[in-house]
Design a protein around this ligand. Sequence first.
Ligand code: NI
Length: 172
Amino acid sequence: MQKTKSKIKIYGDAVLRKKAKPVVKITPDHSEILSRMAKTMYEDSGIGLAAPQIGISSQLIVVDIGEGLYKLINPKIVKKEGVQAITEGCLSVPGVCIKVKRSKKVWVEAKDENNKPVKIEAKDLFACVLQHEIDHLKGKLIIDYASFLEKIRIKRKLSALGSKLKTAELQL
Ligand code: NI
């Protein structure tokens, strides 16, 4: 991968709250964006990244939990099962960790960069990351799962620390 990495958009940037547009026709531009997203994710030690996080409001995500890279276009959860709660971080919300309750297992359908259908059956951490990244495409962030008191604490922390801290266990 020789593409340059992109700058991560940080909480407060309006693009993170926009609903990402579905990709209507997959072009080489989308492959280029996905490669750039993968490079950005690896360089920032993330295990997942969604296009809005680099300022592109399109339904594109990349995920690699150490079992290979997935580049997904228009990903959709078609079935879910069970419950789990993992402490998550987010490259766009630096320094914040939140325990998020999600499905333990999800079935995801998407397209790859060659317009081929992709079907994924994911559980545990992989399921968690997919749900986190698909949330990004809906404009949803981990802080939305925080309790009222946690939200106050997080807001104070984010405004006090600026944006440079990265202490979360999982950067998604
Ligand atoms: Ni994230």
